[in-house]
Design a binder for this molecule. Structure first.
Ligand code: NAG
Ligand code: NAG
Ligand code: NAG
Ligand code: NAG
Ligand code: NAG
Length: 253
């Protein structure tokens, strides 16, 4: 991953031209992958990215790196509800900066980790704002998500619920967003797509190791193929804030 990333950064910056720096500071230097003027997608290693907003490799902002993410990508979405839109969904305007793991068939086990640092300047509204999606390809819709909504971090389940406050017979896990934003969080998820599927998901404070939110369920996880995505994906609304996040350090476990 590191060597892939170095080659990738080198392709954009011409690393030979810069003075000797530690490999870490080279990797943290911000380089534009997508500038927010078009909806683009591409691949980095085994990951697919899609960005209607700004996506950069490297996470130095104003000379400092806020997160503790080593292999780091910076995401930015504008506060203009009519700009940086995912052009596949102009009927319900939304902004998207996401990475997704490879698509898997039903019955294939997955186990992944990644990190995210959501800036505390990123506000929320009452409409959906996905930070993670377990996405059903057959359904062409999310099955389980992590959302930032109305000042809270919450799990939504669209199979056992409607994406509302109920996850089947239990209340969906939720916590104050202040427990999540402004700090680096480590996400781990394992499971399987398909009618006999499962998801076991945990978000922990990277520094303290304390659990922030978790969700585990056995049963239907869509009818067929799926994949796991993370980043920032929101329905736009008038009066929203800009959104900033750093993500990275993904791995297959
Ligand atoms: C990419 O996927 C291949 C095949 O599944 C796997 O062998 C390899 O370890 C993956 N590479 C990374 C960087 O995850
Ligand atoms: C918001 O974005 C739209 C579409 O790009 C643009 O026409 C409009 O001028 C922008 N508004 C502001 C206040 O920048
Ligand atoms: C979250 O905590 C902050 C600070 O303690 C508080 O102002 C806010 O009302 C809380 N939000 C929710 C949704 O409980
Ligand atoms: C579901 O998984 C369980 C445990 O792995 C297995 O016993 C059962 O046969 C599976 N059911 C179907 C319909 O695949
Ligand atoms: C799901 O099934 C596995 C294997 O039977 C079990 O270990 C786990 O506790 C179950 N999880 C839930 C949330 O029921």
């Amino acid at each position: 991953m590191w060597s892939l990333c170095l080659i990738f950064v080198a392709a954009f910056t011409g690393i030979n031209a810069v003075p000797a720096l530690s490999s870490e500071s080279v990797l943290q230097r911000r380089t534009t992958i997508s500038d927010g003027n078009a909806f683009n997608q591409g691949n980095i290693g085994n990951m697919t990215w899609q960005a209607s907003g700004v996506l950069e490799s490297g996470c130095i902002i104003g000379g400092v790196t806020l997160s503790t993410i080593s292999d780091c990508y910076h995401m930015f979405l504008t506060n203009n509800a009519s700009a940086e839109l995912d052009t596949n969904h102009l009927d319900s305007p939304r902004q998207r900066d996401e990475f997704h793991f490879p698509q898997l068939s039903a019955g294939i086990e997955f186990s992944y980790t990644w990190k995210q640092y959501l800036y505390s300047s990123t506000g929320t509204g009452t409409t959906w704002f996905h930070l993670m999606q377990v996405f059903g390809v057959v359904e062409d819709n999310p099955l389980v998500t992590l959302d930032a909504v109305s000042g809270a971090l919450r799990i939504k389940d669209y199979v056992r619920g409607t994406g509302g406050s109920l996850c089947g017979t239990i209340d969906c896990p939720t916590t104050n967003l202040t427990n999540y934003d402004g700090t680096t969080a480590t996400h781990t998820i394992s499971g399987m797509f398909g009618p006999n599927g499962s998801v076991s998901y945990e978000v922990r404070n990277t520094v303290t190791g304390d659990e922030i939110i978790s969700y585990a369920v056995n049963g239907s996880m869509g009818a067929g193929d799926g994949y796991v995505k993370f980043g920032m994906y929101r329905l736009t609304f008038d009066g929203m804030t800009t959104a900033n996040a750093a993500v990275g350090d993904w791995a297959t476990l």
